[in-house]
Design a protein around this ligand. Structure first.
Ligand code: ASP
Ligand code: MG
Length: 412
């Protein structure tokens, strides 16, 4: 029988009632003739609570025990989901990650899936079991310890199972009904997309659209797993969600697929650093050693052997960045006049694979911002994305103006 993967996020299994509702959807697909692999998250809020308990017990916690505690939320929902399905006379059982087994690296709290041997679950399907309920987010290290895949990791579990079992599709049930052209809370004209290409979704996810874990999109793209994002709160009919798929499956699309924003950005500038080989290496090694996630980087034209270097990072990492650069300054590895931080900026990006073959998107974006009187502080581009840093107070205005200008409320 064909296999379908259905993943239910925390809000979709938040209590027994919602687990029953989710189980009914599984029942529909079983009746449609699928063998179903259900991946469950912990009940919403549970993982945060477990993370909190670990921190309160042991400030410098052992990452292996962190994983042992934090993985437990998914064990509860997996067992409850299997019981609910059994109550509906659907042959089902639950599996924890180590039982399948989901084999991962030993990078505790951020492990990567290396292999999912399908034999155990397949033999149960062969015996007549119709639903395998698997605890998301967790696996087993080569040392035999429980691992977790990083927050939001059950999306990645779901895609990995879809790839390992050659599933027809991977349905991600969540509390939103799909992927939008912009965040609907910021832009009331935002429109749900019927389809979006893997590359575009990857950019949007890494730009902070929280609907899918970035890693899960990478995996889906690599193994060409068709992913559907849909709401578990809406009725079955007319709830097709958004299909994340290969660009060949999308006939017509706008040049720009969406406008993304990221609120908590900061811009740091080193004034007057020596312009000589090795200086960028020194700066960004110090930052990476301090675990600062640098995003945009701009170096000015130099004058008299001195230059300015600007970069951006999340606002909550500014303290770490300043400390690392000041330390390098004091140790004379790096010499600069001043370090200036601007913590009141936001990043706005337009994303679309159409940019590969159409010119003028950047010019239009800059024109729209200039008409609104919004100053651009930093610009970066990639093949399918243009990002700018602007004053945070103009963030909503910029998203709305760009959404209007690129006519994202209309289909192609
Ligand atoms: N329960 C985990 C978390 O909250 C994993 C997940 O739900 O995807 O991060
Ligand atoms: Mg999630």
């Amino acid at each position: 029988m064909p296999v379908l993967v259905m993943k239910f996020g925390g809000t979709s299994v938040a209590n027994l009632d919602r687990i029953r509702r989710a189980a009914k959807r599984v029942g529909v697909e079983v009746a449609n003739g699928y063998d179903v692999i259900v991946i469950v998250s912990a009940m919403s809020g549970k993982t945060n609570e477990l993370v909190g308990w670990v921190g309160e017990t042991s400030p410098m916690f052992d990452a292996r025990e962190y994983d042992a505690v934090v993985a437990s939320g998914e064990n509860v929902t997996a067992g409850l989901m299997a019981l609910t399905l059994q109550e509906m006379d659907i042959p089902a059982r639950s599996w924890q990650g180590w039982q399948v087994p989901v084999l991962t690296t030993s990078a505790h709290s951020a492990a990567r899936i290396e292999d999912i041997p399908p034999e155990n679950i397949m033999s149960k399907f062969d015996e007549g079991m119709r639903v395998a309920v698997v605890a998301g987010f967790q696996g087993r290290s080569p040392e035999g310890r429980i691992t977790t895949l990083g927050r939001g990791g059950s999306d990645t579990t779901a895609v990995a199972f879809a790839a390992a079992f050659g599933a027809e599709r991977c349905d991600i049930y969540t509390d939103v009904d799909g992927v939008y052209t912009a965040d609907p809370r910021v832009c009331s004209k935002a429109r749900k997309l019927d389809r979006i290409a893997f590359e575009e979704m990857l950019e949007l996810a890494s730009l902070g659209a929280k609907v899918l874990q970035t890693r899960s999109v990478e995996l889906a793209m690599r193994y060409k797993v068709r992913l559907r994002v849909l709401s578990s709160f809406e009725g079955q009919s007319g709830n097709a969600g958004t299909l994340v798929c290969d660009e060949e499956e999308i006939m017509e699309s706008n040049i720009v697929a969406g406008v993304a924003h990221s609120r908590d950005e900061a811009k740091l500038t080193l004034l007057s650093v020596a312009d000589r080989p090795g200086i960028a290496a020194t700066i960004f090694t110090a930052l990476s050693d301090a675990n600062v996630n640098v995003d945009m980087i701009v170096q000015n034209i130099s004058e008299e052997g001195r230059t300015d270097m600007t970069f951006s990072c999340p606002t909550d990492q500014v303290g770490r960045a300043e400390k690392a650069l000041d330390a390098a300054h004091e140790q004379d590895v790096l010499n600069f006049q001043e370090l200036v931080a601007d913590t009141e900026v936001a990043k706005i990006s337009v994303v679309g694979i159409g940019m590969r073959s159409h010119t003028g998107v950047a010019a239009k974006m800059f024109r729209v911002l200039s008409v609104e009187g919004i100053n651009i502080k930093v610009i970066t581009t990639s093949e399918i994305k243009i990002s700018v840093l602007i004053d945070r107070k103009y963030m909503e205005l910029a998203v709305q103006a760009l959404h209007d200008a690129f006519e994202l409320d209309k289909t192609a």
